[in-house]
Design a protein. Structure first.
Lengths: 311, 263
């Protein structure tokens, strides 16, 4: 059974001339035990998709099955088997760490006598050993996010949904979260996460989907997506050329030396299957500097979703 | 497709709402003493100050001392205030600022359960505050009859009624500042027109005709005689109005909250 199956999902806000279609025909099917990343710029429809999947907002069209149950009809029963780490911290500031877990377990109908013995283990998983009686205000941003992760595990979920779990965290905190998520997938928990960090998706996800403007643009394993959508090598070129910038160089030479070239500001991104001729040419252009690297997910992401700012 | 009619469909509740009620109760337990003192001090000071001070000038109102008259009004309006504050400021904190409701909705609890729990909790807290005031009133000897105990369910119902009305405001509020309108335009005039401080008979006829339909008037009409050891007249009517407003206001508040949060 797929932990989450979405087909033909459409979500429209508003009506008539003011209607905005935020999700436009999205299909998604998670395999049990995998970690799936939903990538997209701000406003791509990631959070709306999650809200529809959890039955927190009604889909305009399409069908959703969460843990095998139809949503929204049986969303409440389905949510009993799902853990959620929301984008914004929503811990109870009036409670200690342990009380946050106990009270949250109450929303699942779990009796305190069953949950209390598991609290040290849950806190240890989140790297919060001995913080049972700590107040929420005394926790750092990273600790709060980890406690939110522990909170999402009180019901031993089959599927864990995380909405931008590491946004705003420092590298240490991100690595700890990643390590814990890997441990959860190793134990058989299915994970669905949204992110706009490519390295996060590349490290964690078995499969990913890149979405923008409410549609999935590419889907597969990180390697498959890179192989299918972009040339394997990238040369980033910047600096001075004949009194002008890299853009002027690109206009004159790029088409002959690489398959595809994108200019963003004062940098030219040259995508190619064979960088040797381009690098040889650059060796004779003393004002230009360059960085040669393999193509990554971020290149695919920028190719598919464009380089314009999303606000 | 969501439409207006979906948002205003009847509530679908589950017993999980008591887990949400319990969450609010547990927070209250941590702050119970300052909370009770806060709910108690203001009305008691007003009651004693006005009751004994003004009472010197006004020897008798409706056949009893002014302070005995004021006791019932004080209990009713402070219950209203406690329920209103909880539904407005604390409810808004949990809904908007702290995102408590959002967290709860990720569990197998519906928004309907949460709003119903907020209603019950605000009424419970108002009832706790009311019982504390009742104890002070009894200590001063203004609730001598056992009938006075019957005010407890009445103040719970009063709490429900004003919590439901308050939740409408919470569902509409863009920020805390919005609540000032409700207090200055609704709550304060209602306090003055509902027979809390003086009998409604003193109002001009046209004003009285409207004022007697205010929910607080019905609460006062029940609470005051009970404290004085008398059976209130038209009990059925007063209870029905309070219950009717509770149901209608809760339905509206729930619809508006669904429209706000389930989009």
């Amino acid at each position: 059974m797929s932990p989450l199956e979405i087909s033909g999902l459409v979500k429209r806000f508003g009506e008539g001339a003011e209607a905005r279609e935020v999700v436009r025909g999205l299909d998604l099917s998670l395999a049990p035990g995998e970690c799936f990343a939903l990538l997209g710029p701000n406003g791509a429809g990631k959070t709306t998709t999650l809200r529809c999947a959890l039955g927190l907002t009604a889909a305009t069209a399409g069908s959703i099955r969460l843990c095998g149950l139809p949503v929204p009809e049986r969303a409440r029963d389905a949510r009993a088997r799902v853990g959620v780490v929301p984008q914004l911290d929503s811990l109870d500031p009036d409670f200690t760490c342990a009380e946050n877990l106990l009270v949250f377990a109450g929303y699942f109908g779990l009796p305190e006598r069953d949950v209390r013995p598991r609290i040290p283990e849950l806190l240890a998983f989140a790297g919060l050993e001995g913080k049972e009686n700590a107040r929420i205000q005394s926790l750092s941003g990273g600790m709060k996010r980890r406690l939110t992760l522990a909170r999402a595990l009180v019901n031993r979920p089959e599927l864990l949904i995380l909405d931008e779990p590491t946004t705003g965290l420092d590298p240490q905190a991100r690595h700890l979260i990643w390590e814990r998520l890997r441990r959860l997938t190793a134990e058989g928990t299915t994970i669905l996460l949204t992110t706009h960090f490519m390295d996060e998706a590349e490290r964690l996800a078995n499969r990913l989907a890149i979405m923008d403007a409410g549609r999935i643009l590419a889907q597969g394993s990180p390697r498959e997506v890179i192989a299918a959508h972009i040339e394997p090598q990238v040369v980033e070129i910047f600096g001075e050329w004949q009194g002008e910038g890299a853009a002027a160089w690109a206009a004159a030479h790029a088409h002959a030396l690489c398959q595809r070239c994108e200019v963003s500001g004062e940098t030219a991104f040259c995508y190619t299957t064979d960088a040797a001729p381009l690098l040889a040419h650059l060796a004779h252009q003393p004002g230009l500097r360059s960085l040669h690297r393999p193509a990554n997910l971020e290149d695919v992401f920028l190719k598919l979703t464009g380089r314009d700012l999303r606000d | 497709m969501t439409s207006v009619t979906d948002h205003f469909a009847p509530p679908r509740l589950s017993l999980r709402l008591f887990a949400v009620w319990r969450r609010n109760f547990l927070v209250w337990c941590k702050l119970a003493l300052p909370s009770i003192v806060g709910n108690l001090a203001d009305p008691v000071i007003y009651m004693l100050g006005l009751g004994y001070g003004l009472g010197m000038l006004v020897p008798e109102v409706e056949g009893v001392s002014y302070i005995a008259f004021l006791a019932g009004g004080t209990l009713a309006y402070s219950t209203m205030n406690a329920a209103t504050f909880e539904a407005l400021y604390s409810g808004f904190s949990r809904m908007h600022t702290q995102k408590t409701w959002e967290a709860i909705m990720n569990a197998p609890v519906s928004l309907d359960d949460i709003v119903a729990a907020e209603l019950l909790w605000a009424a419970s807290k108002a009832c706790l505050a009311g019982v504390a005031i009742l104890a002070v009133i009894a200590a001063f000897g203004f609730a001598a009859s056992p009938l006075a105990l019957a005010v407890i369910p009445v103040i719970f119902l009063t709490g429900l009624c004003f919590a439901a009305l308050g939740l409408i405001m919470t569902a509409l509020a863009p920020s805390y500042d919005f609540f000032m309108y409700y207090f200055t335009l609704v709550i304060t005039p209602m306090t003055l027109l509902s027979g809390v401080f003086f009998p409604q008979g003193q109002l001009p006829d046209a004003v009285r005709a409207v004022a007697q339909w205010l929910p607080l008037s019905h609460a006062v009409a029940l609470v005051r005689p009970l404290l004085l050891g008398q059976m209130p007249g038209q009990i059925g009517l007063h209870l029905a109005v309070l219950a009717g407003i509770t149901v209608a206001a809760f339905w509206l508040a729930l619809g508006l909250t669904r429209r706000r949060l389930l989009k």
